[in-house]
Design a protein around this ligand. Structure first.
Ligand code: IPE
Ligand code: IPE
Ligand code: MG
Length: 244
């Protein structure tokens, strides 16, 4: 017997997925390994997540790689994380270019090593023409700093007489954020069981659906992303309205 055809549109895939990749240290600890081993495995998970997002039709993926507070970690761990980023960019750039991925970075670049800043600029310019998936890497990123920096530049523009304080609207404010040409995240996933934003995309996630999973980031696979997207698709986004 033929099944009755369904005329319902398939639930929408989120346009923009943001991920707080957490739990590398605990993954390593559980195996009696140094934290760097967790970060290394975490970099593999990034590679897989980028591919999964492209396969599932996600247009924007933003990943939290290093927060402005992560400098509090021991210098050796910070060095390891920066070293992995170098390795990832050098090793993955050709594949990302080929797969149509556009790379952009958000965060304060002034404190990064010069060779990393160069790698960042190179990877942004060599992938600038790509349109399949925009991968934003948040590196030395903090949401409060981003907002404060926008406020400072807007205040300076107002002092130059470019506009009156009353004319500053949300769309104008957003032009001063580092995410200016990227839509707000639809879905934000945090791994490892922690349920907080840790200074990630504070302005942008005002109406984002949050999904928390106990899975540690190095264990995060394609099916975990699919599960998070299914959870997202079950949510009713109301934006302050009554729904329906
Ligand atoms: C996430 O894993 C990676 C970064 C924050 C750079 P953690 O290193 O925070 O892992 P846990 O939270 O200690 O397990
Ligand atoms: C958030 O994770 C930052 C990144 C994933 C890069 P943390 O592990 O640094 O966050 P807290 O300290 O647990 O809030
Ligand atoms: Mg952590």
């Amino acid at each position: 017997m033929a099944l009755a055809p369904s005329y319902e549109a398939p639930p929408a895939v989120p346009v923009h997925v943001a991920i707080i990749m957490d739990g590398n240290g605990r993954w390593a600890k559980a195996r009696g390994l140094p934290r760097i081993a967790g970060h290394r495995q975490g970099a593999e998970a990034v590679r897989a997540a980028v591919r999964s997002c492209a396969d599932l039709g996600v247009s924007y993926l933003t990943i939290y790689a290093f927060s402005s507070e992560n400098w509090k970690r021991p210098p050796a761990e910070v060095d390891d994380l920066m070293g992995l980023l170098r390795l990832y960019l050098r090793r993955e750039l050709a594949a990302l270019e080929r797969d149509g991925v556009r790379i952009r970075f958000i965060g304060d670049r002034s404190r990064l090593a010069p060779d990393i800043t160069r790698l960042i600029t190179e990877s942004e310019s060599s992938t600038a023409g790509n349109g399949q998936l925009t991968l934003t890497i948040a590196l030395n990123y903090g949401g409060r700093y981003e907002i404060l920096d926008a406020v400072r530049r807007i205040a300076a523009a107002a002092r130059r007489g470019e506009f009156e304080p009353d004319d500053i609207t949300e769309p104008i404010f957003e032009q001063y954020l580092q995410t200016t040409d990227v839509p707000d995240p639809d879905l934000l996933i945090r791994t490892s069981g922690e349920q907080r934003l840790s200074n990630f995309l504070l302005w942008q996630s005002a109406y984002t659906e949050l999904v928390f999973t106990p899975t540690l980031w190095p264990d995060f696979k394609h099916h975990h992303l699919e599960e998070a997207i299914h959870e997202y698709q079950r949510r009713e986004r109301r934006y302050g309205g009554t729904g329906g």
